[in-house]
Design a protein around this ligand. Structure first.
Ligand code: ZN
Ligand code: ZN
Length: 435
């Protein structure tokens, strides 16, 4: 291994066709004549992060595009060792999304994927092959340019390309050396994971988002962006008396939970909300709706694309019915929890909080008070039961009352929880022995 790494130029910077950090890293390893694993270990040693290397190497190289703390550390080490600005490296990832979206399950494919047509074309034009960053997103099943299904296995030997092993080039199979563009000439070898669409690209919003990141605009992403953008969109609908209709079309529960309960938002939710509110995804994530016309009609009455459809739909809120039920709940001496109440009337807590914020706070308050009172009552009841039991014991037996004996006596008959009894018995007997 050399002392310094031979440099590699990041490809596609500033365009939506930007390469993924994983692609860059594999090319780096090819140029330096060592396996990606070896390069990883070397970088780890050079930058004092050797202890992180096993964790990184335990998943496929494609996972480097995902926003995680581990990947962020790796990125700065990679920057140190290659001399490529960490901000440039960051553009080859979706790390910056971590600012806005909190969960990423299901957003990223766990394997290296590629479009055989793209690979074939770049090779034919004598351009260096690179794996596009957006191929890592599950939002795509097909290449947006060629509509070819993205591939995960070598067309000849069937190997996945996720290895950290040595390879001769990025565009050839890590096991058998076949060019990954081979199936372009033999379409019968192409395996289709999802539906092959010959029309519009599947996820134009994700392409624009990728371009946005690729251009180095990530600093404009705002942690509170979607919330701000949604409030603006709601106000707009409210003013046009379209609020209810709006809700019928929105992923209501997700949306309300996000707005009112500080639930984290996923990229998929953000996409659904963007689609329904007519606010472009990038604008939604940046919290700016100023640029867009918010002409909702064109978009939000349309059917959601399949990939964005929520798993299940719940019935819509019947506001009048809910209002009456809330009145009753606030009078109910049982003082139910908001959760129990929400289950009882079949409306999510997020939905309830949106329409009846103050009342819901009151319901929760009443429930908390109930819990406090119940605790006090149990404590009093336990104290009395233990006192009586000790009195009875001392009348009937000559041995001193024991913790175990008292518990055995009281637990089945008193109807009080064991831990309360135990604590009370301990207190009573300790006081007695001290006296
Ligand atoms: Zn393609
Ligand atoms: Zn192969």
């Amino acid at each position: 291994m050399t002392v310094q790494l031979l440099p590699v130029e990041p490809l596609g910077i500033g365009s939506s066709e930007i390469e993924s950090i994983s692609s860059f890293f594999v090319r780096l390893s090819v140029v330096n004549g060592a396996s990606p694993k070896k390069i990883l270990e070397w970088i780890g040693k050079k930058n004092g992060i050797s202890e992180l290397v096993p964790s990184i190497a335990s998943s496929a190289p494609i996972n480097l595009v995902r926003p995680t703390k581990l990947n962020a550390k790796f990125l700065s080490a990679l920057s140190q060792s290659t001399g490529v600005d960490v901000n440039i490296l960051g553009r080859m990832t979706y790390h910056s999304l971590d600012l806005v979206v909190n969960r990423h399950q299901g957003c990223f494919d766990k394997r290296f994927r590629w479009c055989p047509a793209c690979i074939y074309e770049t090779a034919n034009m004598n351009h260096p092959t690179h794996f596009r960053l957006y191929w890592s997103l599950t939002g795509f099943n097909n290449c947006p340019i060629h509509h070819t299904p993205l591939q995960t296995r070598c067309p000849v030997c069937g190997s996945y390309q996720d290895s950290w092993r040595n390879r001769d080039a990025l565009d050839v199979c890590v096991s058998c050396g076949t060019t990954l563009g081979y199936s372009y000439l033999h379409p019968e070898l192409i395996t289709a994971a999802g539906m092959v669409s010959q029309q519009a690209p599947e996820a134009p919003d994700l392409i624009l988002l990728t371009k946005f990141i690729s251009e180095g605009n990530s600093h404009a992403l705002k942690p509170d962006g979607p919330r701000k953008a949604l409030y603006e969109a709601f106000d707009y609908a409210w003013n046009r008396n379209e609020e209810l209709e709006y809700f019928k079309k929105l992923p209501r529960d997700e949306c309300l939970a996000y707005l009112h309960c500080n639930k984290p938002i996923t990229i998929t939710t953000a996409r659904r909300l963007a689609f329904r509110t007519g606010v472009p995804l990038v604008d939604l994530l940046c919290g700016s709706t100023k640029e867009c016309t918010r002409e909702l009609d064109a978009n939000w009455r349309d059917e959601l694309p399949d990939s964005l459809k929520p798993q299940k739909r719940k019935p819509y809120i019947d506001v009048e019915h809910a209002q009456e039920a809330i009145k009753q709940a606030l009078k109910d001496p049982q003082r139910p929890s908001l959760r129990d109440f929400s289950q009882q009337i079949g409306i999510s807590t997020g939905g309830l909080s949106y329409y009846f914020y103050d009342q819901c706070t009151l319901i929760s308050k009443r429930y908390k008070q109930r819990l406090v009172e119940e605790k006090m009552e149990k404590k009093d009841a336990a104290a009395k039961a233990v006192r009586d039991a000790i009195f009875q014991w001392q009348k009937e037996r000559i041995d001193p009352p024991s913790h175990k004996g008292l518990l055995k006596l009281l637990f089945p008959s008193s109807g009080l929880p064991k831990h309360v009894l135990r604590a009370t018995i301990a207190r009573s007997l300790d006081v007695k022995t001290k006296v």
